[in-house]
Design a protein around this ligand. Structure first.
Ligand code: TGC
Ligand code: FAD
Length: 390
């Protein structure tokens, strides 16, 4: 693992500033030192390495693009993307923890919250003192969140929240949940629900074959009394949660390329060392085809991500462009990990190498934050004007 070299076939590093490279390298060395040596064991045991929450906070991985006044990093979007790339080179679950905390919990509080909410929650979330989670998906409403049933009714100076959310990353350990629910008129609002509020529980989801080092759970609300001051005042409607998803999907577009790079790097080294029929397997055309296509796809995705980062920095990126990048990156990363696993032969299914773990993780990543199909339909609608969702 010490030998990891990020492939940079088209000298993409020359498009990066010194600060961006410094940030990328800082996260890379953290992953090399603190994540890569332990993550396989945590994943095999299906255990969330809780110590990473404080570590990621100290490293500035939570809310890197948010202003420093609230504990954010004040960084640009390419720096954020590179951070996610390096975290996911370690494990998709580690990147997931950072995506949820930064883009799905801190961002909505920053963008839609009151000044009091920002002061109360953001610094503690940025430092990793508190962990947050984001509740949008429900048992019967995944791709179509508009159908959500979780709801609240006013009662004096509070609202009474009922319903449930499913598949929620970080839920079992989170102190704070940003939950999307409907009021009595059916309008969607964001509520900040805190652990310990009576009637609020977070049962763990067991038996996952994917993202095993990330804790997933449900959010159950049984007449939870939430103070009105915990409602995010700045947004109504589905554009609230979907606006957060745009930020997180952007991070995934970069993140999964980190997993793909790790698999490519592992497969290349293995192919150069492993001998069959008296030659390194890297000398066979069939294996070269896989490796050559891997580096081609990684390079194309690096360039797409970089350009998207520039557009994000200029405030010009559209959610549809983010969807395209998320979908493309997930597809090529999933294919690269599968090919890498084959190059490793039988060794590819063991925990001696990171490849099978990445491959399994990516089955979640290609599904969450909008499935592969949903992102294709978002592109389809954008280019044709025809809505094929409904
Ligand atoms: P639609 O009518 O299209 O949109 C409703 C309103 O939202 C606006 N909007 C967006 N705004 C910002 N960013 C986006 N990406 C947006 N997409 C839509 C839209 O303009 C509209 O605004 P307004 O002002 O007109 O009200 O909504 P729809 O009900 O037709 O649904 C469209 C669809 C299917 C694309 C959308 O609902 C969708 O993306 N579905 C996928 C659901 C999803 O991604 N769930 C993710 C759950 S969270 C998660 O997976 C976290 S994993 C975390 C981890 O571990 O990393
Ligand atoms: P469904 O919506 O039931 O989709 C099933 C299949 O039908 C998919 O292939 C889909 O593409 C297809 N489909 C659906 N609609 C259409 C259509 N109109 N046209 C064509 N095909 C369609 N959610 C959160 O809110 N917060 C989290 O932190 C979170 N973390 C997650 C962590 C993990 C490990 C996983 C697996 C999921 C997580 N999710 C989270 C939920 C995730 O966002 C949903 O699983 C995802 O949005 C898909 O919803 P679904 O599973 O209900 O699938």
């Amino acid at each position: 693992k010490d030998l990891f070299e990020s492939p940079d076939y088209f000298k993409v590093d020359e498009l990066l500033s010194e600060e961006q490279i410094m940030i990328r390298d800082a996260v890379r060395s953290y992953v090399k030192k603190e994540i890569s040596p332990i993550i396989e064991d945590y994943s095999q045991r299906a255990e969330f390495p809780q110590q990473i929450v404080k570590q990621l906070g100290d490293l500035g991985c939570f809310g890197p693009t948010l202003p420093t006044a609230y504990g954010g990093g004040g960084l640009d979007y390419i720096s954020y993307g590179l951070m996610m790339q390096e975290l996911e080179r370690g494990d998709s679950g580690v990147r997931s923890t950072a995506s949820v905390q930064g883009s799905l919990v801190m961002y909505p509080i920053y963008a839609y919250g009151s000044e009091e909410q920002k002061q109360k929650y953001l610094p503690k979330l940025a430092s990793g003192e508190w962990l947050g989670c984001f509740g949008l998906t429900e048992p019967d409403h995944g791709s179509d969140p508009a159908g959500m049933l979780t709801n609240f009714k006013e009662e004096d100076d509070a609202v009474i929240l009922n319903g449930s959310k499913m598949w929620i990353s970080n839920a079992p350990f989170a102190q704070v949940a940003v939950v999307w629910a409907k009021d009595e008129q059916g309008d969607v609002y964001g509520l900040i629900v805190e652990r310990g509020m009576p009637g609020f529980s977070t049962p763990t989801t067991h038996n996952k074959w994917s993202l095993r080092a990330s804790a997933t759970g449900e959010l159950v609300f049984d007449h939870v009394r939430v103070p009105k001051e915990n409602i995010l005042p700045g947004v109504t409607g589905l554009k609230g949660p979907l606006g957060c998803l745009t930020k997180a999907r952007y991070g995934i577009a970069w993140g999964v390329i980190g997993a793909a790079m790790d698999c490519y790097d592992t497969a290349l080294r293995y192919a150069q060392q492993r001998q069959q029929f008296g030659k390194p397997i890297a000398a066979f055309q069939l294996q070269q085809k896989k490796l050559a296509e891997m580096i081609t796809e990684i390079t194309k995705a690096q360039l797409l991500n970089w350009r998207l980062g520039v557009l994000m920095n200029e405030g010009k990126a559209t959610p549809q462009q983010v969807s395209m990048a998320k979908r493309n990156s997930c597809e090529i990363a999933t294919n690269i990990c599968r090919d890498a696993r084959q190059i490793l032969g039988g060794m590819g299914i063991t925990g001696e190498y990171p490849v099978m773990r990445h491959m399994m993780n990516l089955e979640s990543v290609i599904t969450y934050e909008g499935t592969h199909d949903i992102h294709l339909l978002i592109t389809g609608l954008d280019i044709t004007g025809e809505n094929a969702f409904k």
